[in-house]
Design a protein around this ligand. Sequence first.
Ligand SMILES: *[C@@H]1O[C@H](CO)[C@@H](O)[C@H](O)[C@H]1NC(C)=O
Ligand SMILES: *[C@@H]1O[C@H](CO)[C@@H](O)[C@H](O)[C@H]1NC(C)=O
Ligand SMILES: *[C@@H]1O[C@H](CO)[C@@H](O)[C@H](O)[C@H]1NC(C)=O
Ligand SMILES: *[C@@H]1O[C@H](CO)[C@@H](O)[C@H](O)[C@H]1NC(C)=O
Ligand SMILES: *[C@@H]1O[C@H](CO)[C@@H](O)[C@H](O)[C@H]1NC(C)=O
Length: 511
Amino acid sequence: MISKLVQIVFLSLAASSTYCYDINTYNADYGVYVGDLSSPETDISGQVFIVNATTLQIFNLTFSPSQQDLYFWLDTKDVPTREGIKAHTFEYGITPLGSFPEDNDRVVVHVPEKHRIDEFKSFSIYSFKTDKSMASVVFPENVKIPKSVKLSTEFSGKRYQLRSGPLYVIDRRTIKVYGFTFEGNKAPKTYFYAGRGASVSYSSGVKVAIRGKDEKEISEISENYRGGKDIILELPENYDIFHIDWISVYCYKYRVNFGSVLVPTDDTLVNLPPYVPSIKKNTDGKPMARGVLKGSAERTNFTFQLGDVEHIKNLNGNLRSPKYVWHVNSVMSPDLYLMRNVTYNFNVEGGREKMIPELYNPLYIGDDENGGFSELSQNEAERVTIHSPGLIESNTGPLCIWMHNKDKAANEPDTYLECDGWPEDVHSFAFTPNETTPSVLYYNSGNNFNMGGRIFIVDELPENIADSAEVPYSREKWHTLALSRQRADKVNGGKATLAAVFLIIVTIILA
Ligand SMILES: *[C@@H]1O[C@H](CO)[C@@H](O)[C@H](O)[C@H]1NC(C)=O
Ligand SMILES: *[C@@H]1O[C@H](CO)[C@@H](O)[C@H](O)[C@H]1NC(C)=O
Ligand SMILES: *[C@@H]1O[C@H](CO)[C@@H](O)[C@H](O)[C@H]1NC(C)=O
Ligand SMILES: *[C@@H]1O[C@H](CO)[C@@H](O)[C@H](O)[C@H]1NC(C)=O
Ligand SMILES: *[C@@H]1O[C@H](CO)[C@@H](O)[C@H](O)[C@H]1NC(C)=O
C-alpha cells in the first residue's frame, strides 16, 4: 500500500504535476482523490477524483487520442480487460474518445446505469480492439465514496400553506426539497433565501435559485406549488452548504421569514459530494428535431441508407456526431412508429465494405440507444436485447449515401442519392412487433455508434404527429458506379481489386 502510494507520488512528480493530493482523501472542491492517469509510455496525465457512487471527474487531463478505439474503461480487475465496461462522458457518450476542448479543465465521467463505482477496481483509458491500457488508476482499498445526505428537517409555516417533505443535500451547492407546497401565486415577493447566523435575517442572506426556473436570474416565486413535485435549489457561486446556517422561504417585501430549516452543524455533511457544474450546451448546437415516419398500411417498407451529417452541426447537441447517420426512406434518422401485429420490411443499404468502418453498417433493432453492438464488451452486450431477426452481421447491403447538392439549380432537390452495388444485393428482413415487444426500441448500426433513431411500438398510430415528407429518388447513379465496378472487374480478370473498390468509394465520398 505504502509503496503504491510512493510510486504514484513519484509518477506524478515525473509527469511534472505540481499538484499533490493524498490518495483516498476527501477534498471538498473535487471529491476523493484516487490517482493520476500518468503512465511512463504515454503523454496522458490527469488527476482522477470520485464525485459520488456513479461519477468520476478528471482534472487537467492531457490526452490526444492516438487511435480510433480508446474508451474510458472500468474494470473489476486492477489491469483493464475485455470484460470491463465503458464509462461515458457528455462529450462522447460511450463512443470512442476524441480530444477534449482546450478550455475543459474538468472531464466528468459517468458509470453506466445500474452500476456503481465500488464494483470496480480500476479506471483506465483502454483500447478495446487491441486490449491495451494507455493509462490507468487502481482504486485504493476501502475507497471512501462521497454521499448525498438526507436531512430530517422540513419546511413548515403558518402562511400560504408552506410545507415540504424532507430535504436532500445532493452536493455542496445542490439541495432537493421533496414535495414542496407553497401558494407562491398569493404570497408577496417571496424567494428562497439562505444565509449565516443564528436566525434568519435580511442582511445576512442571499437569494437561492430554483433549477429550471431561475436559469438566468432569480425571480420571485409566483407558482402555486401543490406538493406534487420536488424542486432543486442551487446555492449561488461562492456559497455552499458548509457556509450557510439556514434556508428560508422569505418575503423580501415585508422582510418576513415564512418558514426555514437549519443546516446541521455536526459532522453529518462531512463526506458530501463536490459540486459539479452542469455542462453548458452551446445553443447553436441544439439537437435536431427528428423527422417522423409512421408505419401505415401504405408504408410497410423502410429503406435504410446513409447520409452525411457534417453539414448539420452536432446532431446530438454535442461532439459525438458520427460521420454518417441512417436515413430512412430519405428522412434523416427519423422516429418510426410501428404497429403491433403488422409486418414491416426493412431494406438495408448501408454498405458492406469492412475495410472502411464508416462504410460497413449492418442494421439491427435493439433496446440499446447508442448501437455499435460489435464494439460492446461481453458485459455490455449481455444487457442488450436484439429484436431484429438473424445475426446482425447478415443484415448488410450495398452502399447508398444521400449527398448534398452543392451547386444546385433552383428547381433541383437539396439532396440526391449515390449507390454502389447491385439492386439485387439489397438485404431485407421482416419485423413484426407483437404484444411482448417493448414500446421503445432503436435502430442502429452494428459497427458504428449513434447512427440511428427510435422506434415507437404502438397499437394505433398517433394522429397528432405529422409524417415527414419523403424525397423521391431514382437509381441513376447506382448504375454508373456499379458499371465502373464491373469494368474494374473485367480489367482485373473478373476479380474486383481492393483498389477499384476504394476508387469507387472515394468517388462517393468526394462527390
Ligand atoms: C489544474 O491546473 C490548474 C492550472 O495549472 C490549477 O490551477 C488547478 O488547481 C489544477 N486542478 C487540480 C484539480 O489540480
Ligand atoms: C453524482 O453526481 C453527478 C454530478 O453532480 C450527478 O449528475 C449524479 O446524479 C450523482 N449521482 C448520484 C447517485 O447522486
Ligand atoms: C414493399 O416491398 C415489397 C417487396 O420488397 C413489395 O412486394 C410490396 O408491394 C411493398 N409494399 C408497399 C406497401 O409498397
Ligand atoms: C412476439 O415476437 C417474439 C419475437 O419475434 C417471439 O419470440 C414471440 O413468440 C412473439 N410472441 C407472440 C405472443 O406472438
Ligand atoms: C395482436 O395479436 C394478438 C394475438 O393475435 C392479439 O391478442 C392482440 O390484441 C393484437 N394486438 C393488436 C394491437 O392488434
